[in-house]
Design a binder for this molecule. Structure first.
Ligand SMILES: [Zn+2]
Length: 406
């Protein structure tokens, strides 16, 4: 199984222009490859604050951790005060040690103290991935707690409602719009799911699409609009033009992931997770408002569950192949809901959720095990094998009028 598959538990894509930053040649301060010839020389004048010195040490450890795949070393300076961020950082580390990524270097561009226990460091990160060079800058927030400086992640601005927290990059102009969309998604899903989002649910807005990937899933070969994982925040790119009408569906898609993955305890395969997120999320405002669903045709969804399960979304697929995967997942879930009822669809998720939470981090057989769980729950709830369900589904497609799917 391709190693990328383990990252692809739940995704949305509205797809796919991979852009690379052009490499800029400057002095690299701390590097993993090639090995350092001398002690890193980060602004080593005597004026250094203890904060700067601490950050130099943290970044050196960080590179060592990536080079030696030392999870504990990496996570030792990640705060546990925010479970979403902690989980996201596990995934970030897992991505950064992926074989797709090499030649990582980190440089401190500046530091500033917000108060004596809080500082912001602007980092310049360079690395190679998919034969491209990346060169990015981002501000990281650090807080001094329990005797040491701890990483709090990207230094976002914050807006809090009584339902959720929105974090956004400085200069973001669309906060109110996205707050309204997430509020609407909460309302819409309230009538569909008994389980509610977590109280401290978070949405992170990025107007820089490359930054979203780099701070979220850097080993992913394509850029994306939104991303959700179990007990992580909803992360979304806000820079599509105003005419782009897909955002409310994307936000709701991601919120469906948050809820449905918690119901099944992360025990179901990608096609079921994406299928329900497309069905209860993306399609809610109409197929025509989703760039993926508006590409739906009989030919593009005439695939079996076995075909979906043998497709690795992390491999080098075309945009068309990815859209077909999502649309077929959507249609199979729609078939289950329209034929057996939405309650029965939910029973599949609740049945899978009887198993303990299935952690994907550093779990090579994650997707394989979830496919097996899907075998079991489809048999116990629908009394069908996947092959039988696929057969029923393909026959159902013959009965549909694809010009008026609604
Ligand atoms: Zn998704």
């Amino acid at each position: 199984m391709n190693s990328k598959l383990r990252f692809l538990i739940s995704i949305i894509i509205i797809i796919v222009i991979v852009i690379g930053c052009s490499p800029v040649d400057t002095t690299t301060v701390v590097e993993t490859k090639p090995p350092k010839e001398s002690t890193p020389a980060v602004s080593s004048d005597d004026e250094d604050t203890s904060f700067e010195k601490a950050i130099v040490a943290i970044l050196e450890d960080r590179l060592t951790a990536i080079q030696t795949q030392d999870y504990d070393l990496y996570m030792s300076v990640i705060t546990r005060n925010n479970q979403f961020f902690y989980n996201e950082q596990e995934r970030w580390f897992e991505n950064m040690i992926d074989s797709a990524i090499s030649d990582v270097s980190l440089q401190i561009l500046s530091t500033r103290m917000l108060d004596e226990l809080t500082g912001v460091v602007t980092i310049r990160q360079k690395h190679r991935a998919f034969s491209e060079s990346f060169d990015i800058e981002y501000p990281l927030l650090f807080k001094f707690e329990h005797g040491k400086w701890m990483d709090y992640g990207y230094h976002f601005e914050e807006f809090e409602t009584d339902r959720f927290v929105v974090k956004y990059m400085e200069g973001e102009t669309r906060v109110a719009e996205f707050v309204q969309m997430l509020d609407a998604a909460f309302d819409n899903l309230d009538g569909i799911y008994e389980l509610k989002p977590l109280d401290d649910y978070e949405m992170k807005l990025f107007f820089d699409r490359e930054m979203l990937r780099q701070r979220c899933i850097p080993a992913n070969p394509w850029l994306f609009t939104g991303w959700s994982e179990p007990d992580e925040s909803l992360k979304i790119f806000t820079g599509h033009p105003k005419e782009y009408a897909g955002y409310p569906g994307v936000v709701q898609h991601e919120l469906v992931h948050h809820i449905s993955i918690r119901i099944c305890n992360n025990n179901l395969p990608v096609w079921m997770l994406e299928g329900i997120a497309m069905y209860d999320g993306s399609s809610f405002y109409g197929l025509e408002f989703s760039s993926t669903l508006s590409d739906l045709s009989k030919k593009n969804v005439s695939f079996t569950i076995e075909f979906l399960e043998s497709t690795d979304l992390g491999s080098d697929l075309s945009s068309q192949q990815i859209r077909n995967y999502y649309n077929t997942s959507y249609m199979i879930v729609r078939y289950i809901s329209e034929t057996y009822g939405h309650d029965t669809l939910m029973k599949l998720f609740y049945e899978a959720g009887k198993k303990p939470f299935h952690d994907s981090t550093l779990n090579k057989t994650f997707e394989q095990q979830n496919q097996k769980t899907a075998d079991e729950v489809i048999m116990s709830i629908l009394d069908l094998t996947k092959a039988q369900l696929s057969e029923e589904y393909l026959l159902w497609l013959d009965t549909l009028d694809f010009d008026n799917l609604g």
